[in-house]
Ligand binder design. Structure first.
Ligand SMILES: *Cc1c(COP(=O)(O)O)cnc(C)c1O
Length: 239
């Protein structure tokens, strides 16, 4: 193995151990939690190594970086998740490679995604991004809709041609009542997911938890964790 492959294999094994331990502690089966490796700022070569090591889900947050990387890796059996704030002028490009867009947080974005998905003849999975630090009707600093806005947006996605409503996504808030209380934040997400599934029973995904707080997310019931740093290393620049 190359040095980089060795390093990524070691990091992946540690993350796998953490997820397995968190599942065991929560009385959950390991298969209930899917690892998504966030490859933002890292090269396509790393994505290729991760694929060789058995990773099946990767995530990116900037279309400029993600589009060429996904093109270079189009031969690999990977599911691509888009997790960044998404401008409508990037939607056509993102729909070209993303299987799931986790950052759906406003109606204009739903309209644009639907139009491009239909044009491309693709079905795009959508998660409504929830901002637990936003006021009841506002949007969060880092994207996301306040809990009060989930139902309307979810109905819109569910009724939009080319889109599939898969569930909810959040990032543990740095401000507001949940700052520093990741477990409480993720438990609130699970309650919001329960509400959502009353009207949309197939929208079962709960994407929550990153390198620093994946244990709390698994304990609360998350179905997907998004891990970057703990697998690839500290990012060379903000992203
Ligand atoms: C970067 C990023 C992650 C991964 O964060 P790490 O702390 O590096 O694990 C997860 N989710 C989103 C939305 C991100 O932008």
């Amino acid at each position: 193995m190359t040095d980089r492959k060795d390093e990524l294999a070691g990091n992946l094994a540690k993350v796998e151990e953490r997820i397995a331990a968190a599942c065991a502690a929560a009385g959950r089966r390991r298969e209930e939690v899917t690892l998504i490796v966030v490859t933002k700022t890292y090269p396509a070569a790393d994505v290729r190594i991760l694929s060789e090591l058995g990773v099946r889900h990767v995530a990116e947050n900037r279309d400029q970086d993600a589009a060429p990387k996904a093109a270079e890796c189009s031969d690999l059996p990977l599911t691509w998740h888009f997790v960044g704030q998404l401008q409508t002028n990037k939607v056509r490009s993102v729909v070209g490679y993303a299987d799931v867009v986790q950052s759906v947080d406003r109606s204009r974005l739903v309209t644009a995604l639907s139009k491009e998905a239909v044009r491309a003849g693709r079905e795009v999975g959508c998660l409504v991004q929830v901002a637990l630090d936003a006021g009841e009707s506002a949007r969060g600093e880092r994207g996301g809709v306040a809990p009060g806005g989930i139902a309307e947006l979810a109905d819109l996605v569910a009724g939009a041609p080319g889109l599939r409503l898969d569930g909810l996504m959040t990032v543990a808030p740095l401000t507001g009542e949940y700052a520093g209380r990741e477990r409480a934040a993720f438990e609130r997400m699970m309650d919001l997911s329960t509400d959502l599934r009353r009207t949309h029973p197939a929208a079962t995904m709960v994407s929550a938890g990153m390198s620093a707080d994946l244990e709390q997310a698994v304990a609360a019931g998350a179905t997907h964790v998004r891990v970057g740093t703990a697998v690839l290393g500290v990012r060379p620049r903000l992203g």
